[in-house]
Design a binder for this molecule. Sequence first.
Ligand SMILES: [Zn+2]
Length: 583
Amino acid sequence: MESFQSAKEEVKRAADIVELIGQYVQIKKAGQNYMGLCPFHSEKDPSFTVSPSKQMFHCFGCKRGGDIFAFWMEYHKVTFPQALKDLADRYQVTLPEKPMTPFEKEKMELKASLFEVNRVAAEYFHGILTKSEKGRSGRDYFTRRSIPKEVIREFCLGYVPDEWDGLIRYLSGKKMNLDQAAQSGLVIRKKTGGYYDRFRGRVIFPIFNMRQQIVGFGGRILDDSLPKYINTPETPIFHKGEFLYGLHASHKSIRDNGRAVIVEGYMDVLALRRCGFQEVAGTLGTALTREHIRSVKGYAGEAVVVFDSDSAGKAAAIKSLTSFMNEGLSSKVMVLPEGDDPDSYVSKNGLRGFLSLLEDAVPMFDYYLDSKLAQKEDAVERQVNLLKEVLPVLARLDQVSQQSLYLRRLSEKLGIPESIIRTELQNWQKHHMGETPEDGLRERLSASRAKKVDDLYLLNVLIHHPQAMNRLMSLDYRLILSDPVVVGIFDAIHEIYEKEGATMPSDILESLKDEQAREQFREAMLTPPIFADEGVEQALNGFEEKIHGIKMTESKKKAAQQGDLEGLNRILELKREREGRVI
Ligand SMILES: [Zn+2]
């Protein structure tokens, strides 16, 4: 356990939280800290804060935060042991044997073995495409599509001949467990026993996660038979709608350009990459999910969704509008000419043609309004129908600032004054949401009032002025603290203090059990000191005075109630105590 803890400390020393988070989230220096848009909740104004001096991150919006391990776990959705392993690998720290629960161990081992079987399978597919006589039709296909060797290598593309057991024989030869191959979706168990290959006679596109591991595969048939594409089914490491194809290779360009271009298919991504256009990722043929949007939001300020002009693509793009709006990621639509997809379009018109079309991309909201207004109904009927559709979307928007922006746009497009639309929106909200915005506001205001100023001050002194620890711990702080979470923090520190004496704030943070307490503590750590060092003494005197006052009032009340001598004595004692201290 001891060496386990020290490995964790060693990783922390080796890592730089700004560098690590900066690879996944756009953060900019702001004073002593770095700020950016939170990857864990939707926001338009940055409240995600990374502190290099404290090696800690905290979001003032959703309150998520912690050290590099907390970030890794939250961002990659992995357990702590997995995060420790990943980061130890990354910073070349050797881990001791890990104490894990049997369940954790089993789960981690299963996932690791699925990644491994995928890796070996990809090696098989790639080997056939690049080296084997059996890979000729795959090679011909990629040559026809002008996909160069470098792209084939970078994306580890492959080919699998039309055989029932090619992969099975390869995996068996490598002593791989076929039951795990079945769990990873590569082979299918026969009812009569034994297995057969899922992917047969297809070019293969391995799908990578952001940790550069292969989570699954897509396979495209080369003739006209159906289905044209098949994907790995849901497995413990692959969930449809979670991964964007190519993002593992594109995220740096997306971050540098501040823009992500989202296409539908594997070949669309590769066709653009081969022309040198890097900031692109694909949805694997599913609708764009909020998770997809969240995964690019960390890198880009804007997403351009490219789709074919067929109506299915159009409907899908419009569906994602609400998600974009709610995630606060600005979205545009780029429409290709009838019958084209990005792959065929760049083949015909080159990258320049694509880029000029990209320049003409329109905001998705405008696109949506225009396509609605183009429908064949009479003008008033159209407007009514449109408002019926749009108002619920606007009403659900998390941010008021966004709402105003869209209201203005709507007013321009419809030629109806903004005030009228706003009134309609409010009417709609009153009737459908049960709760008016004012209700929420009242709640929020009363919550913030409940957080008494004394709590914030005391916590601030505790964190920024370690020299005041002794005096703080001798105070009856419970008398002036009102927030139970802050009381809990002080109690926890008091316990450590009694046992070990004064400690550093960063050590305290680790020992807090309650998540709410950790949130408050992190926030206090990132809040600048309220008092200058020379003012702390005076502040502490003030707290003491206040506590004394409370004690006096209570004692007087008691004495008056009971009329007893003991109560009066207590008051005198307190008075003496007070005078003694002031002198
Ligand atoms: Zn957040």
